[in-house]
Design a protein around this ligand. Structure first.
Ligand code: CIR
Length: 261
């Protein structure tokens, strides 16, 4: 069983009413806070159905994007790392997450230099891949490396494709050695040592999915890629993601997944 896909716990945070003001690269309308909350509840139910214990944190009105807990921290089997989000409006989310991490982990470290967001970090069985992006810089990657290499992890620094928010906007881990990836990311060669299932053309937004225990949590509305995954033997739970997508969020962003040491 892969420690990169099997977990006992997840942390989520309720969406705030202020989620309507969440950051977005292109404005195609604001999410509806009530529908966002309903979709979030479905997501939490899906996590619980995997057998996970879900730690549900209260909404933070001062941080419109704080529902996307993944960007504030990295949870590893050996400890947790408080990250430094590169979006100025999100920096304070990391400090808000730290007490919860200290409750569930014996070892909690903090990135003090540069910037790094969890959406740019893909943990697999053999390594930690980090994509440089508008939110994650080389100093942030170096700071993460200095923390986790002594814990036995190797860090590989990569480029996130241009104009893509996060590295994991374009990929998701399906099992310890298999990823779902967009063609543009797969073409970069960064997954040469992995099995890759490509997202169907025109369905790029579904690349951000998560494997959690027996299932893949997958955004609804991407039938060709869903069929590819089912043919490959994966059990999908399709969830509504239209509201989160309006502010560039997806399946991975909405939780921190871990098994405390
Ligand atoms: C942002 O721009 O920061 C949020 N609106 C979306 C964050 C998505 N997070 C993620 O992919 N890990």
């Amino acid at each position: 069983m892969s420690a990169a896909t099997h977990f006992t716990h997840a942390i989520v945070r309720a969406p705030s009413a202020s989620v309507t003001g969440g950051l977005r690269a292109v404005d195609t309308g604001s999410p509806d806070a009530r529908q966002f909350a309903a979709d979030h509840a479905s997501y939490v139910t899906a996590l619980k159905n995997t057998g996970a214990e879900v730690i549900a944190l209260p909404a933070l009105e001062d941080f419109p994007d704080s529902v996307f807990v993944e960007d504030a921290a990295l949870c590893l089997p050996d400890g947790a790392v408080v990250l430094r989000p590169g979006a100025p409006s999100r920096l304070g989310e990391a400090a808000a997450m730290e007490p919860t991490l200290c409750d569930v982990y014996e070892r909690v470290a903090r990135v003090e230099d540069g910037f790094i967001e969890g959406g740019d970090i893909l943990v697999t069985d053999r390594e930690i891949l980090v994509g440089l992006s508008a939110r994650t810089d080389a100093a942030g990657v170096a700071a993460l490396r200095a923390i986790v290499e002594p814990w036995g992890h190797s860090v590989r620094e990569l480029e996130t494709p241009p104009d893509v928010l996060h590295f994991k906007t374009d990929c998701g881990l399906l099992d310890g050695k298999t990823v779902l990836a967009t063609r543009r990311l797969a073409a970069s060669g960064c997954f040469a040592d992995y099995q890759v299932i490509e997202v169907a053309a025109g369905e790029e937004p579904c690349a951000n999915c998560i494997r959690f225990n027996g299932v893949v949590l997958f955004p609804a509305g991407f039938p060709q890629t869903a069929a590819r995954l089912r043919e490959a033997g994966y059990d999908l739970v399709e969830l509504p993601n239209e509201q989160a997508a309006l502010i560039d969020g997806g399946m991975s962003c909405l939780s921190l997944r871990f098994t405390p040491s």
